[in-house]
Design a protein around this ligand. Structure first.
Ligand code: ATP
Length: 583
């Protein structure tokens, strides 16, 4: 297949923002493609050449792409950078430069889909000496044979920023429309989806999502549907060593509410303040995945060893929390761990500096059996059997109770030992991948919101390129502003829904004092109310603090810069939060 055919689809997708239309465009395309192109097409439609959880990444920097464009277009890097700053999209820069070049060049070879895919995959496996040159070689080879419009998408795919606005759910629906369209009597007419049996359609979409949550691989989902047809969901298995989307837990306001949600008696566990880790063993090989499906096996050889030594069995998926501890064995807050996740070299050093402990709280697959439908109490019993416990590697501390006082005591104890709160779980609850369902709830103390001031911002990319989309927040120390973090969440796309990017941009644009690339410095004027999960110590920001998961709740028009939460108040909240008690 010619790469051009896929590029035509990209263009169509980029031109429309309508989700149903995008679904229709992709589904019509999928109907036409050959089976042997399926893997490449599905991955490329996601703007990648590997499934999300694959350890290998294309991993090419913008600088290297610029170098490759420069080689093909015969224009120096600086010029390209200038154009990039102006247009904000290296893909379009490549397109424009290749357009100019093409007018003078005659040689032309049509690009093949397999060739593009192959070169992109090769980029991910290059290592060692001469890598940069080889990478530039692979990219230049593609660009030299590319039509201008093809260059746009090649560059964007390399940079993993395809900008065609295809969400996971759109691709999921398109697969259903393509391969089960007839059975489900799907009709897309005048931009509307017409269905004879809405319920059945919703059921199939839900099962497709479930299938995806088990493997995070649309190629596998599509192959299942093609092979088994409308009954694919009866045959879907937890296959291989692919990571699942983990189950999430809604928040309960109090222990009483918790009991209401999960029933009595309930299993109550400490809510450890670390990061979630899937421990997967398949065909004797262990892999570790974060909740965002990053493969962090290389960063944690210590966990791999513990898993190897302390879990019986050769095939399992366990759900766990990893917590950092200091040399006295005291638990450290989450941010200590982020150093471990980011570190790709001198691993042995950092293992010593930031040791970790693991608490396993669920098992979803064991010896090739999917345990998701089994009651939680049975899964926990299995954990008790298969985990050889130690201080470092244990199952989550748990009590089973229907007694409010006992539960409260456990909550208090959990907070005092430095945890975030507790989890309350339904003894009969299933494991529902990828969802925030009520088979378990979390309870943690509510922290007060902060009023902070916006001192800088960043222009967005893609469809947000006209808006400022990331905002630097500051607290105040007497007269000076001290940065405490960046926020991009909580802000809405549409003004009707609350504080929007558009509105913030309108308010902040006149306040710009300096502009460097996409970053703008602002006169400190706009005060916002910010919610967050926790205040952390940080060396990144001048205040010495950072906010975990900040989100803007609203603009505080009535506040002046000097009214914002000052550094002393932030320090007080920080201390209070470390000694949290139940109200
Ligand atoms: P939060 O920021 O509150 O951790 P979240 O969005 O990361 O929330 P939720 O599913 O809402 O995830 O909350 C539960 C989280 O708590 C899990 O994702 C997991 O990382 C962590 N956790 C700690 N201890 C446990 C436990 N015993 N059982 C389940 N989850 C636990």
């Amino acid at each position: 297949m010619k790469y051009k055919e896929l590029v035509e689809i990209y263009e169509k997708l980029e031109k429309t923002s309508k989700r149903l239309e995008k679904t229709f465009i992709i589904s019509e395309f999928l109907k036409k493609i050959k089976k042997e192109d399926l893997e490449e097409i599905i991955n490329l439609l996601r703007g990648n050449v590997f499934p999300v959880w694959e350890e290998k990444k294309i991993g090419v920097s913008e600088k290297l792409v610029i170098k490759s464009i420069s080689r093909i277009a015969g224009i120096n890097d600086k010029e390209i950078e200038k154009k990039w700053a102006k247009i904000g999209d290296l893909g379009k820069v490549a397109e424009e430069l290749i357009k100019n070049k093409k007018q003078t060049s005659l040689e032309e070879k049509e690009l093949n889909l397999n060739k593009v895919f192959e070169n992109l995959r090769k980029l991910a496996s290059l290592e060692g000496e001469g890598t940069v040159d080889k990478k530039v070689g692979l990219i230049s080879e593609l660009l030299s044979n590319a039509q201008p419009i093809e260059a746009r998408y090649i560059v964007r795919t390399i940079l993993e920023d395809l900008r065609i606005g295809v969400a996971e759910s759109t691709l999921r629906d398109a697969i259903v429309w393509a391969y089960l369209g007839k059975e489900l009597k799907i009709k897309y007419i005048n931009e509307n989806l017409e269905l004879e049996d809405r319920k059945n359609y919703d059921f199939i979409i839900e099962r497709t999502q479930y299938n995806y949550d088990l493997c995070n691989d649309f190629v596998e989902v599509a192959k299942n549907i093609i092979e088994y047809g409308i009954d694919f969901h009866k045959k879907t298995k937890l296959s291989g060593g692919k990571p699942i989307n983990v189950m999430l837990y809604p928040k309960a306001e109090s222990i009483e509410d918790g009991f209401k949600s999960v029933g009595k008696p309930a299993a109550i566990e400490q809510k450890y303040d670390g990061f979630r880790l899937l421990l997967i063993k398949y065909k004797g090989k262990i892999n570790l995945f974060t909740r965002r499906l990053e493969n962090v096996t290389k960063q944690f050889p210590d966990i791999v060893m513990l898993t190897e030594e302390q879990i019986k069995g050769d095939d399992f998926i366990l759900d766990s929390e990893t917590i950092a501890v200091n040399s006295n064995g005291q638990w450290l807050p989450f941010q200590a761990l982020s150093q471990r996740i980011k570190r790709k070299y001198d691993i042995q050093d950092i293992i010593k500096k930031i040791p970790i402990i693991i608490r396993i709280f669920d098992v979803v697959k064991y010896n090739n059996e999917n345990l998701m439908e089994k009651p939680f109490i049975e899964r926990r019993k299995l954990l008790e059997k298969i985990v050889k416990k130690s201080n470092k590697f244990d199952i989550a501390e748990q009590i089973i109770t229907d007694n409010l006082e006992e539960a409260k005591k456990f909550y208090e104890k959990s907070l005092i030992s430095g945890n975030e709160g507790i989890m309350m779980k339904d003894l009969n609850g299933k494991y529902q991948p990828g969802r925030r369902v009520g088979y378990g709830v979390k309870i943690k103390p509510i922290l007060e919101t902060l009023d902070l001031i916006i001192v800088a911002a960043e222009w967005g990319t893609g469809k947000r390129s006209k808006w400022l989309s990331s905002f630097t927040l500051s607290t105040i120390d007497k007269e000076s502003f001290l940065e405490i973090g960046k926020v991009g969440t909580g802000i809405k796309e549409k003004s009707e829904e609350g504080v929007s990017f558009k509105e913030l941009t309108r308010l902040l644009k006149p306040l710009i004092i300096e502009e460097k690339g996409r970053i703008v410095k602002l006169k400190p004027k706009i005060v916002v109310e910010v919610a967050y999960e926790e205040i952390q110590k940080s060396t990144t920001y001048t205040s010495g603090f950072a906010l975990r998961f900040p989100r803007i709740l609203g603009i505080k028009e009535d506040r002046r810069p000097k009214d914002v939460n000052d550094i002393t108040s932030i320090n007080n909240i920080f201390i209070k939060q470390r000694n949290r008690f139940i109200k």
